[in-house]
Design a binder for this molecule. Structure first.
Ligand SMILES: CC(C)(COP(=O)(O)OP(=O)(O)OC[C@H]1O[C@@H](n2cnc3c(N)ncnc32)[C@H](O)[C@@H]1OP(=O)(O)O)[C@@H](O)C(=O)NCCC(=O)NCCS
Length: 158
């Protein structure tokens, strides 16, 4: 069973563990200089990134959830308000991909966006990300490409 756990310090520790074990830093956080992989600097930046964006009320810009499947962290989901729209994001660990979890999490995020009264559900991905494009097309999103960037919009009923 897949569920979303609101991010807190305990969930963040579980999320970092999952990211280190099963994802590339570039898939889950902004680039940090240095050799590839989960260096101490990237681990610290991962924690700082989520604390600033979600946990610290003074700087928070989005809500983040740990994606739990059968009690184990397998990725993260986020919703970031932009005016009357809400932008969604998801990443999963490699072992969790391609098993329908992304589709379930997308549905949960869409429901959360509706419940929060957003007028539009938006997301961006890259042209080469077939999984993400398929997820977005599956919820009826209109997809537009601008170079390598693909933008998705789903209008939500008032
Ligand atoms: C993108 C991502 C969230 C998709 O989640 P997922 O759980 O792997 O996707 P699902 O198993 O729910 O599959 C959803 C659909 O995408 C398709 N799909 C999934 N991965 C695919 C791939 N690599 N190539 C082509 N299609 C793919 C599935 O066939 C399915 O389509 P269907 O329902 O029509 O059969 C996940 O693969 C991921 O975290 N990737 C790495 C990080 C990332 O790219 N995040 C998104 C950035 S915008």
């Amino acid at each position: 069973m897949t569920s979303l756990t609101p991010l807190d310090e305990a969930a963040l520790a579980r999320l970092l563990e999952a990211a280190e074990a099963g994802a590339d830093p570039l898939e889950v956080m902004p680039p940090v200089d240095g050799p590839p992989g989960w260096t101490p600097a990237r681990r610290a930046a991962f924690l700082a990134f989520h604390r600033a964006r979600s946990l610290d009320p003074a700087t928070a810009v989005e809500r983040t959830w740990v994606i739990d499947t059968d009690g184990t962290a397998v990725g993260a989901a986020r919703l970031e308000p932009h005016g009357d729209a809400v932008e969604a994001g998801i990443w999963l660990t490699r072992a969790a991909r391609g098993r329908g979890i992304g589709r379930q999490v997308t549905a949960l995020l869409l429901a959360e966006a509706r419940a929060g009264g957003a007028a539009r559900f938006i997301a961006t991905t890259t042209a080469g990300n077939a999984g993400a494009r398929s997820l977005l097309a599956g919820i009826g999103a209109a997809l537009t490409a601008d170079g390598d960037e693909v933008s998705a919009v789903v209008p939500l009923e008032p």
